[in-house]
Design a protein around this ligand. Structure first.
Ligand SMILES: [Ca+2]
Length: 489
């Protein structure tokens, strides 16, 4: 009998956006402090569901302030769970997935042939969150957009698909929907040019089917939605229904699909043994106008290292474990999920390599007095370190408006957010979340401290013109030829 069936049912309401990790009981020493199952039930590991939308802006959830988009399920998820308001992803799709999968800055992780493409070819010798959970006894599945085997719908590397990176099951697409979406089941192409209007529901259908089939064993379900990345598509049931155009329709459909997942968790009586996490891979593609999202009150958008580029909405739901209706403003990030889920699962975080993420279990569980990890947060745009955050302070490093060593990202954001930065800019994010008032002149000691932190990152992780000493290279080819090129100039 499923141990979770003896757990108290949560009630009737489904949640909002959830990254759900379903937990059962733990057998490892680290987990002994966790709540035990009901009397007589064997310990079990929690389940995890991570829902990762594409290009959804910081404001594009009702409970994160959207004035027009209705997200009743995500809002309820937040009322039953915990909002994270200083949660960071990366500035674009591929690197953001590399960070989530490995718990590391994208520039640190190994790529095929040591090349740093804009969208990584994630090396199979990297250890993914799925591999860690699989080794801990989990059944693992990915439903949606992978984007770590090549940013192409046809010429991707089959050796780098989810099946080679720790996932038992895959239903989804190799990369973004810029052109078409081809669908794979495991390693087999099953459908070309799929109807994008159907994707949100189809990924959800398949994920729910998987959850039902695996309800009696610990599972990790990763749902990287294709939407709301353009080209936009929505089912007829949601088309024209929102007050925010097609983009709003799509968010409202995603919201409903999050609700379907949460309803399934509740129906299967897995509520008290599942963590659901909902978040986005980067900021909104604002230049798409009505087809893009919104990051207000943050500055900037997707591709930029302004807050709007990579600070994303995040909700964690696990009734009975995560305190209902609470908010955490500590600096947290997608990289933290790997060590956190590993801890909750009784899994092993790799010890033979640097992992940037921290275990934020205490923050997720709302442990009294818990504070964020003592670490700086680094803002990379592709290979370029552009800013650093420490506590409430964020420092933008000097740089040209559109550095020649990165892609032409400037065309992706509002022109007023693109300018030369000849001297460091310092912002107090607690009082100035929109990064409007440069206070560098008033706090030279803070500027100096953050400049030093940036230098440490350059040495450790790297920058556009140097390979970091702890960046990983597993192949015989030259290391970071792009860095060699720019270091010479
Ligand atoms: Ca994206």
């Amino acid at each position: 009998m499923n141990a979770s069936k003896s757990h108290r049912s949560l009630g009737t309401s489904p949640a909002c956006i959830v990254l759900a990790i379903v937990t059962a009981s733990f057998s490892c020493p680290l987990a002994r402090a966790e709540p035990a199952g009901a009397a007589g039930s064997p310990p079990s590991k929690p389940n995890f569901i991570v829902i990762f939308t594409d290009d959804q802006g910081y404001q594009d959830v009702g409970c994160f302030g959207s004035p027009l988009i209705k997200t009743p399920r995500l809002d309820r998820m937040a009322r039953q769970g915990r909002k994270f308001t200083s949660f960071y992803a990366q500035t674009v799709c591929g690197p953001s997935r590399a960070a989530l999968m490995t718990g590391c800055y994208p520039l640190r992780v190994a790529k095929r042939n040591n090349q740093v493409d804009v969208h990584p070819y994630l090396h199979t010798k990297e250890i993914t969150i799925a591999e860690i959970l699989k080794a801990a006894g989990y059944t693992t599945a990915c439903f949606g957009k992978w984007d770590l085997a090549g940013h192409t719908q046809t010429k991707f590397d089959p050796q780098l698909l989810p099946s080679q990176q720790g996932f038992d099951y895959f239903f989804g697409t190799p990369t973004s929907n810029d052109s078409v979406v081809n669908l794979l089941r495991n390693d087999e192409m099953i459908e070309k040019s799929a109807d994008m209007n159907t994707l949100t529901q189809r990924y959800t259908d398949e994920a729910i089917e998987f959850i039902r089939a695996n309800r009696d064993k610990p599972f990790f379900v990763y749902m990287p939605h294709t939407m709301p990345h353009t080209r936009l598509g929505v089912s007829d049931a949601f088309r024209g229904k929102s007050k925010r155009g097609l983009y709003g329709d799509i968010i409202e459909e995603i919201d409903a699909c999050v609700g379907r997942v949460l309803d399934t968790v509740e129906e299967l009586e897995l509520t008290e043994n599942t963590y659901v996490v909902f978040t986005s891979d980067n900021g909104p593609w604002a230049i798409k106008g009505e087809h893009g999202g919104c990051a207000l009150p943050l500055r900037g958008a997707k591709t930029s290292t302004w807050e709007g580029g990579l600070r994303v909405p995040c909700i964690v739901w696990a009734p009975g474990r995560v305190p209902a209706g609470t908010v955490c403003g500590e600096v947290t990030c997608t990289m933290d999920l790997l060590p956190t889920l590993a801890r909750l699962a009784g899994g092993q975080v790799p010890e033979d390599r640097v992992i940037d993420g921290h275990d934020i279990t205490a923050l997720i569980h709302g442990k009294p007095g818990a504070v964020g990890p003592d670490r700086p947060y680094y803002y990379y745009q592709h290979t370029h370190l552009q800013a650093v955050r420490s506590g409430k302070w964020k420092l933008h490093l000097p740089r040209p408006a559109n550095p020649p060593w990165t892609p032409n990202w400037a065309r992706h954001i509002d022109a007023k957010d693109v300018f030369d930065i000849p001297t460091p800019l310092l912002f107090d994010l607690e009082t100035d979340i929109g990064e409007r008032t440069n206070v560098a002149d008033r706090h030279p000691e803070v500027v100096a401290r953050l400049m030093q932190l940036a230098e440490e990152a350059r040495e450790d992780i790297g920058d556009y013109d140097r390979a970091g000493k702890n960046a990983r290279f597993f192949d015989p080819q030259p290391r970071r030829p792009d860095a060699v090129k720019w270091a010479k100039e």
